[in-house]
Write a protein that binds this ligand. Structure first.
Ligand SMILES: Nc1ncnc2c1ncn2[C@@H]1O[C@H](COP(=O)(O)OP(=O)(O)OP(=O)(O)O)[C@@H](O)[C@H]1O
Ligand SMILES: [Mg+2]
Length: 452
């Protein structure tokens, strides 16, 4: 992916993260503001409650002094018992506010003062009631102190109201700023994402073009490879055909020239041997040795000619040639070789005959060279709509890596022969036991000269 596309992706992710961070910060700020609101309202509720308590104390004292009924003292006593706990509640609520703590201390002092004055008026008024004597002067003093207490409470109330108002404004401002920021980052994010989308589309299109170009190049290459393969196949077919023709020609030449010469030499030497006078023992021995060597040379010539072009193949058919080669193999190596062929195959296309024969020849050579086998079996027959040749040994088997040895050409040659003929070639472990099975198959459709 190009660098600029990656940069834009990173920017998009960063913007989304900024958005998320802003959301978290705003939520935290809102929760904090909410807690402050709740605290201020709680303080206001406590101040009201405190105010009711001291008002109840004052009303109770007045009611008693005016009527002389002790029933009025009930709320007074309740207030007397509870005002300090109300103050403590307020102190706890404003624990984090030093200025408010000072207010509360002041409130406590004035309330204590007012309460003791109320108390004093009750004790200095032994006969309260409409006709009795009440401590009016003391009551006025108590009221004055109570007014100061009320003043402090009102001031604190007003301060909490102002605080609530300030909080409201602050929250509103924060909301506006946060909303604006969120809107801004969202707009920027959307713009960046649209840009990214365009870049990605362009990038995908460019990749598509590059892939198409690569595909086209590959196709061109494939066509070239196919052409070259066809040319090479043609060439190798030609080389194999030429090589077989050359070998056959050489075999004929050797047979016709060398063969007749060797026969003539043999006849002449035999003539000389018959006519040698008595007493030439040494010459006779030498001549015997020459004749022996000549016999060996004739055999060697025969082997060379057979190797070049098995004479049986052309004259007596594939089955006979296979059996003959097998016998020769056993004679040379001492390994028993069984040939399982149901018919003569003497009407097979010579190209197929020589291909099968060469595969059997190379397989037997490989067995002698590599297999360490104790027996060999060759099976040739019509199967699955074609002709199948199998050469099976019970030796050490072929290792996977041996099949691609760089300087080994036998297996490659066998495979190539089959490929050219449109057949199939396999080398594997036989279905039962150990060893190696070489398998060559030609479908009848390809073997034009295969008789049914
Ligand atoms: N019947 C077999 N049993 C065990 N190993 C085998 C057999 N046939 C082939 N191999 C292994 O496969 C390898 C390749 O065989 P291939 O005929 O291609 O080459 P090669 O015989 O080594 O040389 P050349 O080119 O002369 O044929 C051999 O070297 C051998 O290790
Ligand atoms: Mg070989």
């Amino acid at each position: 992916m190009p660098l600029h596309v990656r940069i834009v992706i990173v920017i998009s992710i960063a913007l989304l993260m900024v958005n998320a961070t802003l959301l978290v910060i705003n939520t935290a700020a809102t929760m904090d503001s909410h807690a402050q609101y709740a605290r201020s309202y709680e303080i206001k509720r406590s101040l009201s409650s405190f105010q009711s308590v001291i008002t109840a104390a004052e009303s109770g004292q007045r009611g008693y002094l005016l009527t002389g009924q002790t029933g009025y003292l009930e709320p007074y006593y309740v207030a007397m018992r509870s005002w300090r706990s109300e103050i403590e509640k307020l102190r706890t609520l404003t624990a984090d506010n030093v200025a408010r703590q000072t207010d509360i201390t002041e409130l406590e002092e004035f309330t204590a003062d007012a309460v003791s004055r109320l108390k004093a008026t009750i004790s200095s008024s032994p006969q309260p009631g409409p006709n009795g004597t009440a401590d009016v002067a003391g009551t006025e003093r108590a009221t004055t102190t109570m007014d100061r207490v009320r003043g402090i409470v009102d001031r604190m109330m007003a301060e909490e109201d102002a605080r609530i108002e300030a909080l409201r404004r602050e929250v509103l401002r924060d909301l506006l700023v946060a909303g604006g920021l969120a809107l801004l980052t969202t707009v920027v994010t959307v713009a960046v994402l649209i840009g990214l989308n365009k870049l990605l589309l362009r990038y995908v299109a460019a990749r598509q073009i590059a892939e198409n170009a690569m595909l086209e190049a590959n196709q061109v290459l494939n066509v070239q490879v196919e052409q070259r393969t066809a040319e090479l196949t043609e060439l190798s077919q030609h080389l194999i055909r030429v090589s077989e023709e050359e070998k056959a020609k050489l075999a004929r030449e050797l047979h016709d020239t060398l063969g007749s010469n060797l026969t003539a030499i043999n006849m002449d030497l035999n003539w000389i041997q018959r006519r040698l006078p008595e007493g030439t023992r040494e010459i006779r021995e030498r001549l015997q040795r020459v004749l022996q060597m000549l016999t060996e040379t004739v055999e060697l010539k025969h082997e060379v000619i057979e190797g070049l072009r098995p004479s049986h193949l052309d004259n007596l058919g594939l089955a006979f040639a296979m059996r003959s080669h097998c016998r020769e193999f056993t004679r040379r190596t001492g390994l028993p070789c069984e040939v399982d062929v149901q018919e003569d195959f003497d009407d097979l296309d010579p190209a197929w005959s020589i291909a099968f024969y060469r595969i059997a020849q190379e397989s037997l050579t490989n067995i002698a060279k590599h297999a360490q086998a104790s027996k060999v079996r060759i099976v040739l027959g019509r199967e699955d709509g074609g002709i199948r040749l199998r050469i099976i040994d019970d030796g050490v088997g072929v290792a996977e890596e041996s099949l691609s040895k760089p300087k080994s050409h036998g297996i490659v040659g066998m495979r190539e022969r089959m490929r050219q003929m449109g057949g199939r070639f396999q080398i594997q472990r036989p279905a039962e036991g150990s060893g190696t099975m070489v398998e060559a198959f030609i479908p009848a459709t390809n073997a034009t000269a295969v008789s049914a």
